[in-house]
Design a protein around this ligand. Structure first.
Ligand code: AMP
Length: 291
């Protein structure tokens, strides 16, 4: 397995591989890899000849008050995990090699990135789309794997790829949870035992909401949402949002909605966690049956 630090070397390697007809798959990460990340590497392995895992704590997606400095890092662990999962390249650039001091170009999605985490973390998604566009160009990937864990991010990336005609197939891989139901996240390492115990409320509430969403009608959504927020508020130190939205548009669901995305963000101590679930619904049919 090759370790590449220089962006120029990464691009030269990728262009040479492409000239040999190799299909490159990329898995963008911020490192401190866990089983969720590894499932993305496995998904990429199935779809590409060369799998590039990028390990880069991207400074431009962190707000000034956020945890850029404290973000957990363990390159040796990441290197071994990538090797064990059959990655071909780990691309781990230095921030100063990715961003010139006088850089003045951004890639920005302006619709799906506005609400939810976009509203609470101004500039976050602009930082994500900019770095992902750069990683696509540097790795020459034809397939890129992202996690459903960051559901809004996956939608924003898909939209960017469509709108800017990136020749990249975007694959979104299922959310991986720990045994206690908590969604795996590098940020879980910040949690105390008590915070971890309380954080279980997120997945518990999502699990309970799914049957209610399927059986209730569109008009019951707000009551379900409020009940979830109340439940989470009992365990979390702060609830950022509880939203039930159309899974394709991130707009308010309508009778035509076929799948809803239930999205949560809450603080446990100083740690902000997100979680979500997809629920198939068929309110239109339920509605016409009742009539
Ligand atoms: P991160 O290192 O947190 O920026 O995540 C890198 C990629 O891994 C993103 O596409 C995430 O959505 C994905 N990811 C993170 N946690 C999980 C998880 N628990 N299950 C599946 N994918 C995940």
């Amino acid at each position: 397995m090759k370790i590449i630090q220089s962006p120029r070397e990464m691009q030269e390697f990728a262009l040479a591989a492409r000239r040999e007809g190799k299909r490159i798959g990329v898995v963008p990460t911020m490192g401190f890899l866990h089983a969720g990340h590894l499932s993305l590497i496995d998904a990429a392995r199935k779809r590409a000849d060369i799998v590039v895992v990028t390990v880069f704590v991207n400074p431009i997606q962190f707000g000034p008050q956020e945890d850029l400095e404290q973000y957990p890092r363990d390159f040796e662990h990441d290197r071994r995990a990538c090797e064990a999962h059959g990655a071909d390249v780990v691309f781990a650039p230095r921030p100063e090699d990715m961003y010139a001091p006088d850089r003045s170009t951004w890639v920005e999605e302006t619709r799906l990135s506005q609400g939810l985490c976009g509203a609470l973390r101004p500039g976050h998604f602009r930082g994500v789309t900019t770095v992902v566009a750069k990683l696509f160009l540097l790795t020459q990937a034809e397939v890129a794997v992202f996690g459903q864990k960051d559901a809004q991010q996956a939608l924003v990336i898909r939209r960017m790829v469509r709108d800017l005609n990136f020749p990249v197939e975007v694959v979104v891989s299922p959310l991986v949870r720990d045994e206690d139901g908590v969604a795996l996240s590098s940020r879980n390492s910040y949690l105390s035992a008590d915070e971890r115990e309380r954080a279980r409320v997120l997945s518990r509430t999502l699990r309970a909401a799914a049957p209610a969403l399927r059986s209730a009608g569109l008009e019951a959504l707000e009551a379900i949402r409020e009940a979830m927020a109340l439940e989470i508020g009992k365990c979390a130190d702060r609830v950022d949002y509880v939203e039930i939205l159309d899974a394709d548009t991130l707009e308010k669901p309508t009778l035509d909605t076929r799948e809803v995305l239930v999205l949560l963000a809450a603080y446990f101590g100083k740690t902000r966690l997100i979680d979500n679930t997809l629920v198939q619904v068929n309110w239109k049919e339920a509605c016409s049956c009742a009539n």
